[in-house]
Design a protein around this ligand. Structure first.
Ligand SMILES: O=C(CO)[C@@H](O)[C@H](O)COP(=O)(O)O
Ligand SMILES: [Co+2]
Length: 223
């Protein structure tokens, strides 16, 4: 019901393979890869070569979060690298439908992400065309930021609209400041895919961390 997607942005990059493997063995449902270009967001992280290097070593869903300008230009690289879910930012392209179509045509699952200032209503017309909506609960660009609880109504609005459209299987992902205290809030609002970076990677026992986060969210989601 609840899926946990640890963000490897918070891992020890000098030991990326080991860190990722440990997180997968600890029970992660997918791995979240934050791609930042220094243009769409004011930070540079990692790119398709890193996905390509890790992909064959890890039998898990690669959940790639593109925080880049001109996603269509780089899409083939991320497809070739073995991404499973490709999420682009609604604000990063003038024609989001074209990006959705291209990701779909490449045989990948499609996510569309919204920054905190973008209202839910802007993506309502796209809900039937995507597999997942990513609601940013911080300004994209950096890990370790404080969760914005004013994003909770947005999650609820998207879940309600999806249900009203009959799209009850829409994944709603949340990303930014997700931890034991915030997981129940987002799950109660209707999110079912939780990205967590610093709150998981800073723990000694990743399995215990995932379990606790999952339980906190599941209890609230079921209500
Ligand atoms: O996309 C982003 C940041 O832009 C995230 O995926 C962060 O990596 C989440 O980090 P935490 O807030 O969980 O530390
Ligand atoms: Co992310």
């Amino acid at each position: 019901m609840i899926k946990i997607s640890p963000s490897i942005l918070a891992s020890d990059f000098a030991n990326l393979e080991r860190e990722s493997k440990t997180m997968v063995a600890a029970g992660a449902d997918m791995l979240h890869v934050d791609v930042m270009d220094g243009h769409f967001v004011p930070n540079i992280s990692l790119g398709a070569p890193v996905v390509a290097a890790l992909r064959p070593k890890l039998p898990i869903t690669f959940d790639v979060h593109l925080m880049i300008t001109n996603p269509l230009q780089y899409l083939p690289d991320f497809v070739k690298a073995g991404s499973d879910i490709i999420t682009f930012h609604y604000e990063s392209d003038d024609d989001p439908r074209e990006v959705i179509r291209a990701i779909r045509a490449a045989g990948k699952r499609v996510g569309v992400s919204v920054k905190p200032k973008t209202p839910a209503q802007e993506i309502f017309p796209l809900l039937e065309e995507v597999d997942m909506v990513l609601v940013m609960t911080v300004e994209p660009g950096f890990g370790g930021q404080k969760f914005m609880d004013d994003m909770l109504p947005k999650i609820r609005q998207i879940r309600e609209k999806a249900n009203a459209l009959g799209k009850t299987d829409l994944d709603i992902q949340v990303d930014g400041g997700i931890a034991d205290a915030t997981a129940p809030l987002v799950a109660a609002a209707g999110a079912n895919v939780l990205v967590a970076g610093s709150s998981l990677f800073r723990q000694d026992d990743y399995a215990a961390g995932i379990l606790k986060l999952r339980r906190a969210a599941e209890e609230a989601y079921a209500k």
